[in-house]
Design a protein around this ligand. Structure first.
Ligand code: SAM
Ligand code: SF4
Length: 323
């Protein structure tokens, strides 16, 4: 699949549910309204959709949400997709808040998942409870232990929040080094209405300059197929990545499209361009109409987002399109 700007689309992110057991302040409102349950694709429909994308050239799948591991029976989808590894699909990964990892880490490894991203914005218990509103740090740390025991490579995603966790970058980098985790810092993106996002936004270019005064950071050509730019940290032997959608736009190399749990395909995280795949999927057991709809979507992939932290770029929250 090649878009109008010559970019090859080989990476699909799937939001398997927009629901979540946390309510991170930068991501959701506490009284979040979720998509109606009767509009959800079944797990079998999601697998059929993913299979169509793999036939069209998708090599990497990332399951996300909402919290992917709170969707009932999600392991059956993961096992089904895992069985396609080596048959067009090269990598199956997951982004998770870690709350259910203690239960599922071994199953994920067994299904063929090798790397996961776990979101963790702080190592301070009280602060963790404040940021996630409903989460408990101990639950996530237990999940991370299970992931290590299962042999999963872990990258920690930390959203950089001014006045909230900007005193913890050194501690997090050091802790990740000890655990053998890579760390990825993320700038907040203006998706969906939440309170206080603008005042906690922290451009990462300055954070990187500051870290470089105490840590030996060297350029790394490590690429995961995602938007992060990585540096090697000599002191820990691990990597640190920076996702900077606002201070440095990464759209020119974008290889991704995103599917929601109701079957809408979004061509860009920060734009409204979308096609409905649920209707063609349900209209026929044959995939011809579905493939035409996917191709229509790819042909309409926009050049990039135009995020500006002072205004909400798109009304939908990150949990709908999948981070
Ligand atoms: N629930 C899972 C988790 O938290 O990892 C997966 C979905 S979550 C939407 C994916 C990633 O997006 C997380 O790392 C989260 O911190 C990040 N995220 C959520 N809302 C964001 C926003 N407005 N700006 C930047 N990152 C955001
Ligand atoms: Fe849930 Fe992830 Fe959003 Fe936090 S960032 S509320 S864990 S979907």
């Amino acid at each position: 699949m090649i878009d109008p700007f010559g970019r090859i689309v080989s990476y699909l992110r799937v939001s398997v549910t927009d629901r979540c057991d946390f309510r991170c302040a930068y991501c959701m409102a506490e009284d979040m309204q979720f998509l109606p349950r009767d509009e959800l694709l079944t797990l079998e429909e999601m697998e059929r959709l993913c299979a169509a994308f793999i036939r069209l050239g998708v090599k990497k799948l990332r399951l996300t949400g909402g919290e992917p591991l709170v969707r009932r029976n999600v392991m059956s989808l993961i096992e089904g997709l895992g069985s396609r590894l080596g048959q067009g699909l090269e990598e199956l990964t997951l982004t998770t808040n870690g709350s259910q990892l203690a239960k599922h880490a071994a199953g994920l490894a067994q299904a063929g998942v090798r790397r996961i991203n776990v979101s963790l914005d702080t190592l301070d218990e009280a602060k963790f409870a404040r940021i996630t509103r409903w989460g408990r740090l101990g639950q996530v740390l237990a999940g991370l232990e299970a992931a290590q025991a299962a042999g999963l490579a872990v990258k920690i995603n930390m959203v950089a929040l001014k006045g909230v966790n900007d005193d913890e970058f050194d501690a997090m980098l050091e802790w990740c080094g000890r655990q053998g985790f890579d760390l990825c810092l993320i700038e907040t993106m203006p998706m969906g209405e939440v309170t206080h996002r603008e005042e906690t936004h922290l451009p990462l270019a300055a954070v990187r300059r500051d870290l470089a005064q105490r840590w030996s950071l060297s350029a790394s050509d490590y690429q995961t197929g995602g938007p992060a730019r990585y540096m090697r940290v000599a002191e820990t032997g691990q990597r640190i990545g920076f996702i900077t959608p606002l201070s440095h736009n990464f759209c020119e190399g974008c290889n991704r499209v995103r599917l929601t749990c109701t079957g809408t395909l979004y061509m860009c995280l920060g734009q409204e361009d979308a096609v409905d795949l649920r209707r063609p999927l349900r209209a026929s057991a044959d995939d011809a109409g579905l493939i035409q709809a996917i191709e229509r979507g790819i042909a309409a992939k926009p050049k990039g987002h135009d995020f500006d932290i002072s205004r909400v770029a798109v009304a939908r929250h990150m949990s709908v399109t999948g981070g």
